[in-house]
Design a protein around this ligand. Structure first.
Ligand code: XMP
Length: 518
């Protein structure tokens, strides 16, 4: 793989994604990893990421010069560029001229490997206080900006390259070109890593891992569990049984999508557990958000546990392989965040198993643990999953229960489901599904307001629209949905959904507001 050495901040994952967009497989390693361990992974190339430190700060992560003696191509970015310059005998100084945000750089070299095919003047994204003043011996300087006398350099003979700016962010107009120049030309990597390869590789790995044993998987209706299940099904067929707990808190049509469309497109063996009554009873009289979440989590585990136990017993009676494995849709960001992908810490994914009792111990199959979300969608599409599942926007595990402000009842769920279906249909028809990260529709069940409909006074509930735009749900802004569309949605909801006589728009960013209301 190409190894992205993570010097902190949030850049490493983005770099790893961009490298993969250039069809080269990449993994992230922490900057604390000793060079010997890094080299033991047999990297095809190394990218040193940006980071928040100054190279001169006490305790700032450094690059061990031994890294440059292994003959591996290296690209330094921002902090990684400066650390590289320092390690190879260049000079880094406090300029006092901070550059932050969109910046112009001038390409000063006539010809180069790294900046080949990019214009003489280009907009890039900078974020630095220090700057490289002198390139290390043997390097040619390729570009400059007002705050960075050496903004890019290269030593093609040794296959060492560096840029002060962040080629991984979209604001750097030719950023992806710089990365592909490094990967394809500078490091000579072919760029043959594709979604198809991922499927083949994972299928082979799952077969080897699982052997004749049986496997179970909990389907939530979301993308990750669906794609993970489809991959395992591709690998071991009927050895897999999926369990779908219908808790009655999904949106209109979603249970059917799992029970019919998913099964039809994958041929997966599905066990549906109708737990609608059970969840309704457990939630009766509860309006506190945290209590709702805890009840739903607890009930889900119990229902899944029962289903799993039945499957284990059936398998034992039938005399085939035992149920030994549980599929988890763990993604690469979880793996990185819980231990830097070093293969040691696996804390988070075990947490995801969510407290199954000791006598139900499964080994985990995690076919998505090397993938980012957009890659998971691509794999799902290639496996033939329906668009509605593959492109599904995030939806919280506790479902509609945390979008009813107040007690959850069947009537309220029906009301919310109708309003939500209208909103989804209209946003989709307007082509806004990609622009909008998700649009929670919230029923203020404990609030009433006076209205007038058909000459009569009404005393109904408001529906809140919460359209947000986001990159990763950590921060979000409210989406500026066109007024005409809002008007249409409002009219339809108040006309078509009894009980609702008012539609309001949430215009709060995150922070301070969270995306969901509870
Ligand atoms: P908040 O409301 O914290 O939501 O801004 C951030 C993102 O997480 C989703 N969300 C959940 N997803 N289980 C989930 O699987 C949950 O309990 C849960 N709560 C919130 C939310 O929809 C948004 O995408």
């Amino acid at each position: 793989p190409v190894l992205v050495v993570d010097f902190g901040a949030q850049y490493a994952q983005l770099i790893a994604r961009r490298v993969r967009e250039a069809n080269v497989y990449s993994e992230i390693v922490p900057s604390s990893m000793p060079v010997a361990d890094i080299l033991a992974k047999d990297p095809a190339a190394i990218v040193l990421s940006g980071g928040p430190s100054s190279v001169y700060e006490e305790g700032a992560p450094q690059v061990d010069p031994a890294l440059f003696e292994a003959g591996v191509p290296v690209l330094g970015i921002c902090y990684g560029f400066q650390a590289m310059a320092l390690a190879l005998g260049g000079e880094v100084a406090h300029t006092g001229l901070r550059e932050y945000g969109g910046t112009k750089v001038a390409v000063t070299a006539q010809e180069s490997t790294l900046l080949h095919g990019t214009p003489a003047d280009q907009s890039v994204w900078m974020s630095h206080g220090d700057a490289v003043h002198n390139a290390p011996p043997g390097f040619s300087v390729l570009a400059e900006s007002s705050g960075a006398p050496v903004a890019a350099f290269e030593n093609p003979e040794k296959k060492f390259y560096g840029v002060q700016w962040h080629p991984e962010v979209k604001h750097s107009t030719f950023g992806q070109k710089v990365l592909t120049n490094f990967l394809h030309t500078g490091a000579g990597l072919p760029g043959d890593w594709t979604t198809g390869n991922v499927i083949e590789e994972q299928v082979a790995r799952i077969r080897a891992e699982v052997g004749d044993a049986k496997v179970i998987c909990a389907l939530s209706g979301g993308v990750d569990s669906a794609v993970a299940a489809a991959l395992v099904q591709r690998a071991v067929g009927d050895q897999l049984t999926c369990v779908f707990v219908d808790h009655g808190l999904l949106r209109s049509g979603e249970a059917e999508q799992v029970e019919q469309d998913f099964v039809a497109s994958t041929g997966v063996k599905l066990k549906v557990v109708d737990a609608v009554e059970r969840f309704a009873t457990a939630l009766a009289g509860v309006s506190d958000p945290e209590t709702k979440r805890k009840i739903i989590g607890r009930e889900f585990i119990r229902v899944f546990e029962d289903a799993a136990r039945e499957l284990v017993e059936e398998a034992q009676e039938s005399g085939g392989g035992d149920v030994e494995f549980l599929v988890q849709g763990t993604l690469y960001p979880d793996v990185v965040e819980s231990g830097g992908g070093t293969g040691t810490a696996n804390i988070k994914s075990h947490h995801n198993v969510g407290g199954l009792p000791d006598d139900l111990q499964f080994k985990l199959v995690e076919p998505l643990r090397t993938l980012f979300k957009d890659e998971v969608r691509a794999v799902g599409a290639e496996l033939g999953l329906p668009e509605e599942i593959v492109q599904r926007q995030p939806f919280p595990g506790p479902g509609l229960a945390i979008r009813i402000i107040g007690e959850v009842t069947k009537e309220r769920l029906d009301t919310l489901r109708q309003a939500d279906a209208i909103v989804r249909a209209e946003l989709t028809a307007a082509g806004l599904d990609r622009e909008i990260w998700q649009c929670p529709v919230v029923l203020l069940a404990d609030v009433r307001s006076v209205g007038v409909q058909g000459d009569g006074r009404t005393y109904g509930h408001p529906i809140v629209l919460r359209p947000v735009s986001s990159e990763d749900a950590m921060t979000a802004d409210w989406t500026r949905v066109p007024y005409e569309l809002l008007a249409k949605i409002s009219t339809r909801i108040t006309n078509e959904v009894a009980e609702v006589n008012r539609v309001v728009l949430d215009v709060t960013s995150k922070p301070p507001g969270t995306i969901e209301w509870e």
